[in-house]
Design a protein around this ligand. Sequence first.
Ligand code: A2P
Length: 307
Amino acid sequence: ASPTFKLNTGATIPAIGLGTWQSKPEEVTAAVEHALKTGYRHIDCAWMYGNEAAVGEGIRRAGIPRSELFVTSKLWSTHHTRVAQSLQETLQNLGLDYLDLYLIHWPVPLNPNGNHPTIPTLPSGKRDVLEDWDIRDTWKQMEAVYREGKAKAIGVSNFSKLKLEHILATAEVVPAVDQLELHLYNPDPTLLAYLKEKGILPQAYSPLGSTGSPLLSDEVVVELAKKHSADPSAIALAYLLAKGIVALPKSVTPARITQNLEGPIKVKLDEEDVKKLDALAPGGKQRRFIAPPWPIELGFDNWPPLK
Ligand code: A2P
């Protein structure tokens, strides 16, 4: 069975989940069905991916009891002012009556009258964001759906330490999770230490370094793959698990979906291996492959200005 971690709610979360960003609706149904039949119990979704209904169809086809599944989705940026309504839409898309985890997708509230995948600039030169919205109020609404039981746990995604401190100052529920771009080339040890101190579990999106990643052909990764008779992807994922990070590899290819669950479980990295892998990002040097859907400095520490 797949390893698990614990959330600060007491719930158990499978340490490996299937990512669904960029999975086309016509591919993702089969991918989810295959994943669940091969032993996955954790699926990571988002309203913004535009494929929740197709994911839901895959869940139904696999026929696994709901209580055995861990399903996450995320609140899109145009929905910060209407969390309950947006969650309801997501549940309807997925054909579920609760989520195991609901995350604020980005700490960036956009104009609710838009449906923006990016932030358009208005004729005035301003960006189409909700200047006056405080993300603490988004968190209050997240707490309300948690209390109602529509989301068994709530958390955030793409939140820096600064943004977390901001919401924690008034939060009644500590986020269960912060989902981030985390992999061998972008390990962010400073933020991870902070999350650990607060009892917030880190989750890694793009754990393989995303599509066409140089990470899987890195010399050190390939060498360790040989040593462990494993695929390079298994080394990249086993590293995250060893650090207590949930890994969410995306694939629509059946053999890779299976590999991404079975591969890392078999690899037992020793201390030397971990040291070698740590050294791929000297001093925690960050190298992101995923640009946020707006200028990169905007979604992290510097912007939007905190109220
Ligand atoms: P595909 O979906 O066509 O199988 P990440 O999760 O880091 O964002 O990486 C996802 C990308 O890596 C996708 O392009 C996916 O392709 C590919 N991928 C997923 N699993 C593996 C694997 N085990 N080996 C190589 N590439 C993989």
